[in-house]
Structures are given as C-alpha cells and as structure tokens.
Design a protein around this ligand. Sequence first.
Ligand SMILES: Cc1cc2nc3c(=O)[nH]c(=O)nc-3n(C[C@H](O)[C@H](O)[C@H](O)COP(=O)(O)OP(=O)(O)OC[C@H]3O[C@@H](n4cnc5c(N)ncnc54)[C@H](O)[C@@H]3O)c2cc1C
Length: 480
Amino acid sequence: MRMRDGASYVRSLRDGRRVLLDGEPVEDVTTHPAFRNAVASFARLYDHQADPANTGRVTFPVGDARVHLAWSLPRSHAELVARRHAIAEWSALHLGFLGRSPDHLATTLSGIMIGLPVLRGFDAARADAFAAYFEHVRANDLFVTYVIQNPQANKAKGASEQARDVVAHLVSQDADGIVVSGAKMLGTSAVMADEIFVGTIQPLRPGEERYALSFAVPVNHPGVSLLSRRSYEQHAASAFDQPLASRFDENDAVVFFDEVRVPWSRVFVCGSIEAAAAQWHGTPAHVMQNYQSQIRLMVKMRFLAGLARRIAEINGSLDIPQIRGVLGRLAAQASLVEGMVAGMEAEGRHVGDYFVPSAHLLYAAQTLTQELYPQFVLAVRDLAGGGVIMLPSSERDLTSPHTRALVEATQISSVAEPVERVRLFKLAWDALGSEYASRHLQYEMFYGGASYVNHAHMFRTFDWAGARRLLDAALAPAAG
Ligand SMILES: Cc1cc2nc3c(=O)[nH]c(=O)nc-3n(C[C@H](O)[C@H](O)[C@H](O)COP(=O)(O)OP(=O)(O)OC[C@H]3O[C@@H](n4cnc5c(N)ncnc54)[C@H](O)[C@@H]3O)c2cc1C
C-alpha cells in the first residue's frame, strides 16, 4: 500500500518555492542551514508512520494508501481517542515543539469536512470543491499549513481601512478562478509544508466582502512568497548547545500573494462574510484544530515536568519538602491538560455521523493553558536558578583539554557527570529561556488567538442556562 515516508516528503519540497531570508531567496529549503534540520524532523514523523512497527497504530487506509490517523473523521468516542493516541505519538517525537506538524491541519480540515453541510448551505459548488480538495490532500497525506489571520496594521481599523491594502483580498474573478493579492500571517511551518490553506477568521464588516476568502495553494504556486523570520536553527551553535532550536525550529513566515491565480477547484469561500466565519465556527473546524493543539501541549507539559524533576535531582534538591511541593504543583498542572483532553473527548457530541470534542471544555482548556504555560515556564526557571547560565560558552569548551578540565572541575552534581549536567542545563535553557524558547512562549500565548478572543469563545459556549437554573433554585422561596 502507498504510504508517505520521510524521503518522499523531503523530495517534494524541492519544488522552486519562493522563500526569502535575510534579503535573499533560498535555493533549497531541505539543505539550507536555516531550515534543513526542521525539515528532517518533519521527515522523521513520516518515517515513523511508515515503519511497520508503528503503521498499524498511527495510520489507517484511505483508498490504496495508508495515511496518518489525524485525517480520520471519528464516529465515536473510541475513534476520537485512537486518533488522539496517534497525534500524541507524533508529538512525543518532537516533545510538543512542532506546533504546526502535519496532523494540525489534517485535524482542522477534518473538522471542516465534518461540517460540510454548513458550507453547502452557503454555496454547494464551493463545498464540493472543499470536499474534493480534502480527498486530494488526505489521499496523498500532504503537509498542509494555514494562514487565517490578517497582518497586524492599525487595530482600530477594519481590513478595508488600512493605510495600504495589506490584507489578502480578491482582485478579480473570471470563469477559471480568482486572483488574490495581499498578505496573511503567520505561516508557521509554511516553509516546510506542501500546501497553504488560506482563511478568514477575523470578523469582517459589511462592505468588506472582498476579504472574505478561503482557498488553498501549493507552497510553490506562482506569485506566493514566504517572508521568513530569523532562523533560530541557523543561529544555534550546535545540537549540544541548543538541542531544540537546532532540530525543531518550524519557522514562521508572512505569506505574500502577488496577483495569485487560484482555480475555482481550490476556492472554498469567495465574497461571503457569513460563510468565511462559518467555515471555522459553524463547522467543528475551530474546535478540532485547537483540540489537536491541546494534545500536543499535553505532551510538551509532560516533557517540561520531566525536565523540572531532573533539574531538582541534578541539583540535589529533590528531597527538600518545598521542592517536592513545587514539583507536585507542576505535575498537577501537566495533569490538568491531560484531564482537559480526556474531558473534552468524554463530553464530546455527535455532529451528523461524527463525534467531536466538547466545545466549551476545549475553550476552557484554551483559556486556561494560555495563562498556564507562562506560569509553568517561570516555575521551572525558578527551580533551575543560575544553572542555566553557569554554562560553558559552547561545546567547543569541551574539546579544548584546558577548558574541559575547568568544566569538569566546576559542573558538579551527586547524580550526574559534569558533561551530563551541562547537557541537561543547555536543554533547559533552550526550552525555557533562549530566543527559541521565547518564541515558544509567544506561540503558546497566541497560536489560538489572543486571550480576549478565547475568552469570548468561552463566553459563547458555556452552559449559562444551566448555571442560571442553579441560581434560580437557590433564590426560589423555600417550599412550605
Ligand atoms: C509564534 C506564532 C505563530 C503563529 N502561527 C500562526 C499560523 O500558523 N497561522 C495563523 O493563521 N496565525 C498564526 N499566528 C498568528 C496568531 O493567530 C495571532 O498572533 C493571534 O490571532 C493574535 O492576533 P494578533 O497577533 O494580531 O494580536 P492582537 O489581536 O493585536 O492582540 C495583541 C494584544 O493586543 C490587545 N488587544 C488587541 N485588540 C484587542 C481587543 N479588541 N480587546 C482587548 N484587547 C485587545 C490584547 O492585549 C492582545 O493580547 C501565530 C502567532 C504567533 C505569535
């Protein structure tokens, strides 16, 4: 049976895509020092699923192929949980540090597919185009990422009122398709993906119909440019010094469309403000995409809890009662995420033939973890103290006999050799304090929208009527 592996994924990225970094176009993202290790990390995910030891657990058959379970449309609680295990298995391979791994959009697009009747209610032809697109990317197990946010400009003004027409918009349309110009942010992992899905999740006002778009293009599509941010991978001194940045820098890029022609077969919403919003909130797409993110975060929190405990062991503080208290609290917070994931599955609901996680428990998890992650990171930093700074300048200090001797004389632990101690604290800094770690903090705070947006989703989906009934019962005059 056909199945995607790492080598075929890497080959597919040598396609002439236009990636701009430090003022230059990048010839080949698979070999460029800014991206090659991240590409290899994504390739490892495909190799993992192609390994016969794992295939049965993490893939399922679609036509003549086997693809990752994140593409499955779950019909029951059990199928949702099996799907979660496959996502968590991939997340463990990157310790939760690849936010937009291919299972993210596979889950998002599955959510739109489950809610297809909603899109059909707006425009049957566009809904059919989405269904055909879904079958295409799923059958080929393609790596899709998305840009659904408008670039920051003037927050007091709508998309149509900016000083320049910066937001991606409809330029023209004809019998073949549409032409789009403008920008979207922030294409996380777009540099390493096969396809970019473009959507409109921010509210639009009447008169802004030309911004109400949803479509998909291959990353190498003519007129598409990716403006990469600074590469942390390229600036990592070595895998020893920055074990996370050097391997798991998934990149983020502004995506610019310069008169891009998109055929109707790849246009899912065009000109309907209501359909553009319903794609995310009328279907289970928004719930599904953030559910995948919570599974990934669950794995990352477990990893960080493990890191915290090892810091205490290496520093000889594990038996101090207060430190056990700190670790217990961190373990509780990591377990909270696990409990929220299990809860949203257990309280899931049927949408047609399918079974999706509870929206209000998902938004509760989003709201709380957005606050929890910075606190969690700070608590682990508090445990680490100066150990994350009291470090050799680079791996090269270990190759010179003189400096190595000094490192060995000063990096002391009762349970670890000096180099092991250095390795652990280098990892800790990369996870908690480096420029790479700081980007991750921003990611966990913003990937699912700013906090005020998540609070609004929570407000919208909570069972206020049930809460009111309890209040009314408490206020009712006592019988007799
Ligand atoms: C690392 C990273 C990766 C990302 N990856 C992707 C991606 O792959 N795809 C994608 O589509 N998007 C991505 N994003 C974009 C992300 O979705 C947005 O950053 C997010 O939706 C917030 O929008 P914003 O950045 O414009 O922030 P804003 O909306 O400007 O919010 C910033 C702050 O301004 C204040 N604020 C602004 N407006 C209000 C208001 N009305 N009420 C109250 N307070 C307000 C709040 O303090 C808020 O926290 C990514 C972002 C980051 C940081």
